[in-house]
Structures are given as structure tokens and as C-alpha cells.
Design a protein around this ligand. Structure first.
Ligand SMILES: Nc1ncnc2c1ncn2[C@@H]1O[C@H](COP(=O)(O)OP(=O)(O)OP(=O)(O)O)[C@@H](O)[C@H]1O
Ligand SMILES: [Mg+2]
Length: 363
């Protein structure tokens, strides 16, 4: 069991600040996902924890002891690299056995551990193959087997399932989670797949441009995004720019485009005139029935059948809004509708520099 502390870590590459004052605690036996778009600093952060990169500023501690100056092989960490980093001249069996040989385990124990790992990752029968004789997904699983075999106290995983097919990915996710619970391994798991992050993690840390935007349980991140970036990056949120027109008694009136007003619950007193963003997820918006408050007129631009639901893209005064409704709902593109944005489903976010609803929103 190991507890990891990152204190105000900074890493620069020339003019690029890859990691910008990141502080984070990962508890013993916790699985924390680092989630963020390409280039936001995820790999750089992992490489610093593993000891392959030296931070420019800040400190890393494991179980309270500083390790910033400790070389990688002396840290209780193992890393699964984004590009696998397999040795071209080592067979699958020798690759998985390597860390166990370094630790001088008895040969019988090594053989059984290698067999166990290959079985776990569906690699049995490939013991004598070299990396060039394996598919991308198989290479990825060998890299995972090599790291898991040594049962590190802290496992650092950089997109470890990215190259597996959808079915195997879901299966491996469940296997990893079980193994992590059984061994009590602390895991820092990088992904840009939000479904993976939400389904796998104890907590999720969302990174953007080297900075931590929010850290919380999957439910907190999903239900109560702290910033427009988090709301837009996770799930399918509609972000509506507006200005506070009135604020009293735990409720705000927010003026949006087209002269419409949305009523939003808020525990905070926000001065009239403040720029805000109102966020609502596609699954929380609906077609209006009898409601009169928070109803916007619109025209259906697109009606997409997604299997379990139907996603409407509706042109409204607030821009294009995505609304999920029952899959069998009979609606025609081009028809006029009224959209209801329930007050208890609206989140108020500071500022309104986030992407406008028309920009960058896809199905
Ligand atoms: N060795 C390096 N030299 C210069 N710039 C680098 C180096 N390594 C990373 N960077 C830059 O630092 C930033 C963060 O890179 P990093 O690899 O950590 O991103 P990432 O979040 O892992 O992205 P991805 O999801 O694409 O793997 C990027 O702008 C990248 O170009
Ligand atoms: Mg990366």
C-alpha cells in the first residue's frame, strides 16, 4: 500500500508549460484517473512520478518520504508506457519475467507468475513470440503483464487499453479493477476516454493545458462540473452564455440571447451583470409538456437514433441545443418544438468564455 503526494509540480519544455503547478494526493489503494485532451500533460505528469523526468519545480512524495531525487528503479512504481516500450530482442515470456528475475525470485515462482499473467491477459500460447510478431493490442497486453507481474505499490498506466478492441477493453477494465482491489495497488491511470475514467476510478482528475481543472469522484465530476471546460469535456453538455439579471433567495435569473431568461438555483450571491455560463446535459433537457418556466422555442435540425435514446439537435435562441429523448419518439426534422430546461438540472458556471453552444459541439 502506498500513498502518493504531488506538490505544485511544474515541467517546462522550452516555452511550453506541460505541467503547471499540479498538486494532487492519491490515497493508498486508490485508483485515480487523469483525464484530459491530447497534449494536456498527462504523460509528462506520469513520467515525473515514475522518475523518468525531473520536475522543474515542486516535490513528489511516496508514503510521506520525498522521492524527487530517487532514480526510477529505486521507486516502488511500475509504468505501462503509452507506446508499450517493449524490448525487441526479448520474447513475451522473458519480458514478463524480467522484473521478477531482477528481484531474484525462485525460477519456479517466476514460471508460475508468468503463466498467471499471460493467462490473465489472454496471451497464453504467445510465450516465445517477439514484439515484431505481435499485434498492437497484444503488445499492449504484454506491457501490462510486465508491469503487473512485479506487483508494484504504485502502478502508473498511460492509456493501457487504448489499442484493444471495444469488447476486450471493457473486459480488461473489469479485470484491472478487480486486481487493483485484490492487491491494494495505488493506480494513476491516464486516459482520454471519459467513459473509461468514469467507470473505473475512485476519483478523476481533469487536466487542461497542464493545469488541474477539477478533482472529484466520477459522480461529482459528472453532476457538479466546476468549470465550463469540465462540463464541456465530460458528457454532452449544452453551454449557454448569459448575464445575471436578478439574484435573490437562492435563485438567479440569467438573461441569454434572444431576450430569453433562464431561472437557475444558486446558493451563492452573484452580482447582477456578472457573466456566467448555464450548463445542462443533453439527457437532462427534454421536450416541454405543460411547463412555462425555462422553456425555449426551437426547430429540430437533426434527429439521430443512438440505440437506447434519440438525440435531437435543436436550433434555439440559445444556439444549438442537444436534447436526448426516447428512441421511439416520432419527431421530424424541421418541426417546431419547445425545449424545457428543468431548474434542478441547470449548473451555473463562472464566466462565459467557454465554447458557445454553436461552436465545436458534435453529436
Ligand atoms: N520531450 C519533450 N520536448 C518538448 N515538448 C514536449 C516533450 N514532451 C512533451 N512535450 C509537450 O508537452 C505537452 C504535454 O505533452 P504530454 O505528452 O504530457 O501530453 P498528453 O496529455 O500525454 O497527450 P496525449 O493524450 O496526446 O498522449 C505537449 O504540448 C507536448 O508537445
Ligand atoms: Mg500521453
Amino acid at each position: 500500500m502506498a500513498h502518493l503526494t504531488l506538490q505544485s509540480l511544474v515541467k517546462r519544455f522550452g516555452a511550453v508549460i506541460a505541467v503547471d503547478r499540479v498538486s494532487l494526493e492519491v490515497g493508498s489503494g486508490e485508483l485515480l484517473c487523469l483525464l484530459g485532451p491530447s497534449g494536456c500533460g498527462k504523460t509528462t505528469l506520469l513520467r515525473m512520478v515514475a522518475g523518468f523526468l525531473r520536475p522543474d519545480e515542486g516535490a513528489i512524495a511516496i508514503n510521506g518520504a520525498p522521492v524527487t531525487e530517487v532514480p526510477p528503479e529505486k521507486r516502488p512504481t511500475a509504468m505501462v508506457f503509452q507506446n508499450y516500450a517493449l524490448w525487441p530482442h526479448k520474447t513475451v515470456a522473458n519480458t514478463v519475467a524480467f522484473g521478477l528475475r531482477v528481484r531474484r525470485l525462485p525460477p519456479v515462482r517466476i514460471r508460475s507468475k508468468v503463466a498467471e499473467m499471460l493467462d490473465l491477459l489472454g496471451l497464453t500460447g504467445l510465450e516465445d513470440r517477439y514484439p515484431r510478431e505481435l499485434s498492437g493490442g497484444q503488445q499492449q497486453r504484454v506491457a501490462l503483464a510486465r508491469a503487473l507481474a512485479v506487483e508494484p505499490a504504485i502502478l502508473l498506466l498511460d492509456e493501457p487499453l487504448a489499442n484493444l478492441d471495444a469488447q476486450l477493453r471493457v473486459h480488461m477494465r473489469a479485470e484491472l479493477r478487480q486486481l487493483q482491489r485484490k492487491l491494494g495497488t495505488t493506480m494513476l491511470y491516464v486516459t482520454h476516454d471519459q467513459e473509461e475514467a468514469l467507470s473505473l476510478s475512485d476519483r478523476v482528475a481533469v487536466l487542461q493545458q497542464g493545469r488541474l481543472e477539477q478533482v472529484g469522484t466520477p459522480e461529482e465530476i459528472y453532476r457538479r462540473p466546476a468549470t465550463s471546460f469540465v462540463a464541456g469535456f465530460i458528457g454532452h453538455s449544452n453551454l449557454i452564455a448569459g448575464t445575471v439579471a436578478q439574484c435573490e433567495g437562492g435563485r438567479l435569473s440569467v438573461r441569454i440571447r434572444g431576450g430569453f431568461t433562464l431561472e437557475v438555483g444558486s446558493a451563492d450571491l452573484i452580482p447582477v451583470g456578472s457573466a456566467v455560463t448555464v450548463a445542462i446535459r443533453a439527457e437532462d433537457a427534454c421536450l416541454a409538456r405543460q411547463e412555462t418556466m425555462n422553456v425555449l422555442p426551437g426547430t429540430i435540425q437533426l434527429s439521430a437514433f443512438l440505440g437506447a435514446t434519440r438525440r435531437l439537435t435543436v436550433a434555439s435562441p440559445a444556439g444549438l441545443l442537444r436534447v436526448d429523448c426516447p428512441a421511439d419518439l416520432g419527431v421530424r426534422e424541421g418541426s417546431a418544438v419547445e425545449i424545457h430546461l428543468p431548474i434542478d438540472r441547470l449548473h451555473l458556471l463562472p464566466g462565459n468564455t467557454g465554447p458557445a453552444p454553436e461552436d465545436g459541439q458534435t453529436l
